[in-house]
Design a binder for this molecule. Structure first.
Ligand code: ZN
Ligand code: ZN
Length: 345
């Protein structure tokens, strides 16, 4: 048995800064909290950077039944392992790790036994029902930490941990679609567009009406066509992925795909889907969601990213500016991804 390794223990402070959401709908507040301690299967990670995801917004707004409060959001965490629990063997103190949305699963429920850990009945979700990375330090399950490819800075890799990895899972669910529509051109969309183009697909980007900044951004990244989400594409699409949390996009996307095509809802939260005519689904069209990610999704995507290479367009904010970053995501003024830089290096 390994002893718990108190690496740098003398340099780990007794308390840390954290951005806490105390209750649904209450703005995040920077507070000082006692330093968390890892249990025998966990690792204490010093956070360098943490990406901002639309799901953080849903946690802050109280839109997720899984969320507990108070909570430190943030689930695209990049940092270094500083203290290892007694049973942790797969990591060494000093390792750079990524901590994604899936922070643990029970290993015993039917979904876990089928190998579908993303569908676990009692999942641990980083920044949702266990504390996340908008803080100086975070405790994570060692088995769920991802190894990160070299060649990416902490800031550059952070948005890949959720927007990239869950977007990649959504793209896989779209099958071998050659012409793919993407609804909502934010962090996940701009990353997954790069994968789709690399795979030889054509991307049709749909944005909010009149969002010419997002449309120009999609065009620069190589989208074949850009337009408002209410517009029909120039030709029927083979598949569509919906990243925006707007239920009215579901019938719009079903209308845009060909017979036998698939619409993938990739967000964790969406407003109610309005009723629609059965003929939109008729013709063996499919409608499905993508929930969370597995460790394998994260590993596969992080192995693929440097081969393309995927480059996130990033704006950075300090921990004190986390509310500003979330606000920019909320009002659609963000281009690409926002990353909270906790410990610049
Ligand atoms: Zn389970
Ligand atoms: Zn996310």
């Amino acid at each position: 048995m390994y002893e718990r390794v108190p690496v740098m223990a003398d340099r780990i402070p007794k308390s840390m800064r954290a951005a806490v959401c105390k209750a649904p709908g209450v703005p995040l507040e920077i507070v000082r909290l006692p330093m968390p301690e890892p249990d025998s299967d966990q690792v204490l990670v010093k956070v360098h950077a943490c990406g901002v995801c639309r799901t953080d917004l849903h946690v802050a707004d109280g839109e997720l039944p899984e969320a507990v409060y108070p909570i430190i959001p943030g689930h695209q965490v990049v940092g270094r392992a500083v203290t290892l629990g007694a049973n942790v063997r797969r990591l060494t103190a000093g390792d750079r790790v990524g901590i994604p949305w899936i922070g643990g699963c029970c290993g015993r429920c039917p979904a876990c036994l089928r190998g579908e850990e993303n569908l676990c009945d009692t999942p641990q979700l980083t920044g949702c029902n266990r504390n996340g990375g908008f803080a100086d330090y975070v405790v994570a399950g060692a088995q769920f930490c991802l190894r990160l490819p070299d060649g990416y800075s902490d800031t550059a890799i952070a948005p890949l941990l959720c927007g990239g990895a869950i977007g990649y899972r959504a793209l896989r669910m779209a099958g071998d679609a050659a012409a793919i529509g993407i609804y909502g051109f934010g962090s996940a969309a701009h990353l997954i567009t790069q994968v789709a183009l690399h795979q030889g697909r054509q991307v049709f980007a749909f944005t909010r009406a009149g969002d010419f900044t997002a449309q120009d951004f999609a065009r620069q990244l190589g989208a074949e066509w850009v337009g408002d989400a209410s517009m029909p594409p120039p030709r029927p699409l083979d598949a569509a992925i919906i990243f925006a949390p707007a239920g009215e996009l579901v019938p719009a996307a079903l209308a845009a795909i060909r017979k036998g095509g698939v619409v993938v809802c990739a967000g964790i939260h969406m407003t109610d889907i309005p009723s629609f005519a059965y003929r939109l689904l008729w013709g063996e069209r499919q409608l499905r969601s993508v929930a969370n990610l597995t460790r394998r999704d994260g590993e596969e995507f992080l192995a693929l990213a440097p081969q393309i290479p995927i480059a996130a367009t990033v704006e950075t904010h300090s921990l004190e500016e986390v509310a500003t970053a979330i606000g920019r995501l909320r009002n659609g003024s963000l281009n690409g991804s926002a990353v909270i830089v906790i410990d610049p290096r």
